[in-house]
Design a protein around this ligand. Structure first.
Ligand SMILES: C[S@@+](CC[C@H](N)C(=O)[O-])C[C@H]1O[C@@H](n2cnc3c(N)ncnc32)[C@H](O)[C@@H]1O
Length: 160
């Protein structure tokens, strides 16, 4: 598989899972959606469209998003996510989207454990996680993927 194919699979999977949540599931509570890895802001832009009534808080080292989808400063948490995420691990988010894999298997394997702890800590019971990496945590139950999502580039969980 080329890197282009891999990228497309990741994008299509993100969209398929987020659209599935929007169309078929109810987000619990009234806490903020958390976008872990703002990047270019493409997924943030999609989250805003899918969930217009929700606050969305984003995390990254720096803001490099397209000007059309810049989050408000008060919803932009800058710095190393492993540290900046800690105040948000209060079990109040209905939806966490995490997209901070590197594409390097060894690096991602090392990251996956703390990402799983972080995501589980952020989510409220019944909340959903969408991730570019597989997350292993006793509080995260894998859900069936919707049509269109790739089982190797999109991962979908519910918090117990
Ligand atoms: C693949 S991009 C996210 C793309 C985004 N979903 C989009 O639609 O444009 C990953 C982003 O996460 C950030 N990132 C990755 N690991 C991080 C970490 N440990 N701390 C802070 N930012 C991190 C990178 O700076 C990068 O902007």
């Amino acid at each position: 598989m080329s890197r282009l194919d891999d990228f497309i699979d990741r994008m299509v999977s993100q969209r398929a899972i987020l659209n599935h949540i929007r169309d078929h599931l109810d987000l619990p509570g009234d806490g903020p959606i958390l976008e872990v890895g703002l990047g270019n802001g493409r997924t943030y832009s999609h989250l805003r469209q899918c969930f217009p009534d929700r606050r969305i808080v984003v995390f990254d080292r720096e803001v490099a998003a397209h000007k059309s989808c810049l989050p408000d400063p008060e919803d932009t948490i800058l710095g190393e996510i492993r540290e900046t995420s800690r105040p948000f691990m209060t079990g109040q988010s209905p939806l966490v989207h995490s997209d901070i894999g590197t594409g390097y298997a060894e690096k991602d394997a090392a990251k996956a454990a703390w990402i799983a702890d972080m995501v589980a800590g952020m989510l409220m019971p019944g909340g959903y996680a969408v991730s570019d990496l597989p997350l292993e945590h006793p509080g995260l139950v894998a859900l069936p993927l919707p049509d269109g999502a790739s089982p190797r580039r999109g991962y979908f969980y519910r918090r117990t």
